[in-house]
Each structure stands twice: as structure tokens, then as C-alpha cells.
Design a protein around this ligand. Structure first.
Ligand code: F6P
Length: 321
């Protein structure tokens, strides 16, 4: 393998730039040329490629977003889009493609692999919704952002003796709510994987109020939705004034945390090395499990259904009584 391409796809995640930097520099170290592809699979179809050198990725390890740009490409879900992308890769003489993204991006990469093109994935998503890896790049930064937001929301909630229902991202995965709920000391969390009873939450609010608590933070994962309805219902049952905060895209931005920078750097380096060794041209997904960076083939990574940490959920319930 003498020339590889790299693109970002789907929702951006803090740490994508750190991963890009690691891939470009690791490839150059191994004597491989790298092309950056702008705006995800859209740019691949349109032939929007730029050569990357060591300095192309200077001063980006700390930057949120992605310097390459990203997209959710409708065209790439069609056969014609995939074959146009393959033409572009052929014209540029690119022999392998590294994709930075989540499960949707993985599906896209898989369609190239099905046509015999070697691909590799670095899991980048704030959602942490891929089971084959303990963590995706961007997740911990999003958790930090939500944790910080909870602290600020708690100040004003406490001042007014209120409750606040805070909706967080994560698509169908409740991990952001779970981890930020624990680290931010939320009173309750509502996630799609483990539907809590609204009456239980209301009871907890009233018990808290009786012992002098002046705030109640309830984190709701967006996959469950209905933050406004939940707030209305809680206010009706408890008569505690309940406000709503939808955190939204703030969770995707910002400088990546050191955990995400290290994860992205290690994953980028390991994947480049494995793609060079990978003489069977498998599609490789890099991940981390029990503290160890590993690669496994797409097929296996794909077929694993994300398991929610019931253990951590139970801990959350105990530490927030
Ligand atoms: O996958 C990351 C994510 O931020 C999800 O948490 C959210 O549901 C979705 O992307 C939002 O996507 P878009 O940027 O297309 O609105």
C-alpha cells in the first residue's frame, strides 16, 4: 500500500482532527502518501481531494470539528454513488481508505469493501453507540461538556428551588446521559435502554424536597425524547416548578479532552500499521477494549448489538438517592 485516502463522515466528533493528525503522520512515517478527502463521501464522489503532508495537520490536535469537513451523504447510499467513488479512488491511485465516523459511516465504508476496496474505520462519534469498542472518539469530551452544563444548570435551579429536565444527544444510545448523569451528580436519568418510571422520579423529587434539596436535575437521552412532556408531567405530580434545557449541538463542539486526543492518536497509529500488514485486504475497525487498542474485521464489529451497562445504571441509581 503506497497511497491512502482519509475522510470524515456523519456527525463530527471532538477528536476527529486528532485522529486525522495521527493517521497522516503515521502514514508518512511508514512511507505512505495520504490524500485528505473533503466533506466525507460527498467529496469522494465529487473528487474533492487534497494531498496531506506533515504540516497539513499541524496545530489541529486541540481543535474541535474537522478541518476536512464532513457530511451525511445521501448519494453514497446509492450504487451509482459508490461506483463513482471507486472511479475517483482509482484515478488518484489510492489503495486504501480510512474513514473517521460512526456506525452510518461504517456502513458506507462497508459498501466500498464489498466492491473489493480495502477500508479501515476509526470510531468517531459522541454517541458511544458501537458495541465492538468500549469507547468512541468524542464521547468523553461530550460527557465533559454535559457535566459542565449540569453544574451551571444546577446553580440556577438551586437558586430558584426548581427542577430542570436536561435533554442530551446520543441517538438511541443512553451512554451520554448515563456517564454525564453520574459525573454531574444528576438526580435521575431517563434512557431508551432502561425506561424508568415517571412516578419513581417524582417520588424521588418529593423525598429530596422534604429533606431540604433545592434542585433536581433529570437527564433525558434524546432517544427517549419528549423532554417537555416529561417536565410537564413531573411538575403536575410534584408541584415543583420544572424547566427544560435541550443542550443540542454544544455537545458536538469544543476542544477534545485529553482522553479523546490520546484515544484518537493511538487508534490512528494502530490502524495505519494494521492496514499496511493486512495482506488479505480485510475491512478493519479499530477499537479499545479493556484498555487495549485492537483491530477487528468489520463483519464482526457490525454484528454486535450495543449492550447497555446495567451495572453502571444501577450504580447511578444508588449514588443519586
Ligand atoms: O451521531 C451524533 C449525533 O450528534 C447524535 O447524537 C444526534 O442524534 C445526531 O448526530 C444529530 O445529527 P445531525 O447533525 O444530522 O442533526
Amino acid at each position: 500500500m503506497k497511497k491512502i485516502g482519509i475522510l470524515c463522515s456523519g456527525g463530527d466528533a471532538p477528536g476527529m482532527n486528532s485522529a486525522l493528525r495521527a493517521v497522516v503522520r503515521s502514514a508518512i512515517f511508514e512511507g505512505i502518501e495520504v490524500f485528505g478527502i473533503k466533506n466525507g463521501y460527498e467529496g469522494l464522489i465529487d473528487g474533492s481531494l487534497v494531498p496531506m503532508v506533515e504540516s497539513s495537520v499541524a496545530d489541529i490536535i486541540q481543535k474541535g470539528g474537522t478541518i476536512l469537513g464532513t457530511s451525511r451523504s445521501e448519494r453514497f447510499t446509492k450504487k451509482e454513488g459508490v461506483s463513482q467513488a471507486l472511479n475517483v479512488l482509482k484515478v488518484y491511485g489510492i489503495e486504501g481508505l480510512i474513514v473517521l465516523g460512526g456506525d452510518g459511516s461504517m456502513r458506507g465504508a462497508y459498501s466500498l469493501y464489498k466492491e473489493g476496496f480495502p477500508v479501515g474505520l476509526i470510531p468517531c462519534s459522541i454517541d458511544n453507540d458501537m458495541d465492538y469498542t468500549d469507547y468512541t472518539v468524542g464521547f468523553w469530551t461530550a460527557v465533559d461538556t454535559v457535566t459542565d452544563a449540569i453544574s451551571k444548570i444546577r446553580d440556577t435551579t438551586d437558586a430558584h428551588n426548581r427542577a430542570n429536565v436536561v435533554e442530551v444527544m446520543g441517538r438511541n444510545c443512553g451512554d451520554i446521559a448515563l456517564y454525564a448523569g453520574i459525573s454531574g451528580g444528576a438526580e435521575s436519568i431517563l434512557v431508551p435502554e432502561n425506561k424508568a418510571d415517571i412516578d419513581d422520579i417524582a417520588r424521588k423529587m418529593l423525598m429530596g424536597k422534604n429533606r431540604g434539596k433545592r434542585h433536581h436535575i433529570i437527564l433525558v437521552a434524546e432517544g427517549l425524547g419528549h423532554a417537555h412532556e416529561i417536565a410537564e408531567e413531573l411538575q403536575k405530580i410534584t408541584e415543583i416548578e420544572t424547566r427544560v434545557t435541550i443542550l443540542g449541538y454544544i455537545q458536538r463542539g469544543g476542544s477534545p479532552s485529553s482522553v479523546d486526543r490520546v484515544l484518537a492518536s493511538a487508534m490512528g497509529n494502530v490502524l495505519v500499521k494494521k492496514m499496511i500488514e493486512n495482506d488479505e485486504n480485510k475491512a478493519l475497525a479499530v477499537g479499545i477494549r479493556n484498555g487495549k487498542i485492537f483491530t477487528e474485521d468489520f463483519e464482526r464489529a457490525f454484528n454486535r448489538k450495543k449492550v447497555f451497562s446495567k451495572n453502571l445504571y444501577d450504580i447511578m441509581k444508588i449514588v443519586s438517592i
